[in-house]
Ligand binder design. Sequence first.
Ligand code: SF4
Ligand code: SF4
Length: 156
Amino acid sequence: MHCAIPLYRFLPDNNEINIKNLEQIAKLKEDENISFGRYLKGQDSEKVDEIVHRLYKEIAPQIDCLNCGNCCLNLRPIATDKVLSAFVEPKNIEDFKYLMSFPCKNLDGKKCTIYSERPEECKEYPYMHRDKYVERTHEIRQNYEICPIVFNVFEH
Ligand code: SF4
Ligand code: SF4
């Protein structure tokens, strides 16, 4: 994608990880990104997924989630009662709907205090391994300003 910001380059070894920059760039590039999302919808979905999955594999290991935590700070993970019941007593599910808390009450600084037992939705975020990227451009644009992985995959 063309970038409107001077000196801002998107190279595999030059990922943007500053959350404040992500927010700023998302504002500046809102129209461009909406247009790009529309353009993607007209492309071959499988080919786009191939590219996105490859970029995700390249970029995700370069970004340290443990030093970020921005998704936990800004998003409510969506989990069903079924998912919750895997680690919460059924009688406590309603009380334990930390999923309703914002930010998540299991977040301590930038770290998840229940990391090994976190819900599937948390494990799967930012969903870049999933298919049908071209049908999820709205969701991806929302995550673009929150998650450096999403941002850098989108920009590459
Ligand atoms: S459960 Fe853990 S990984 Fe999930 S949102 Fe809360 S702090 Fe983040
Ligand atoms: S998934 Fe994205 S937003 Fe969440 S901690 Fe990792 S890099 Fe940050």
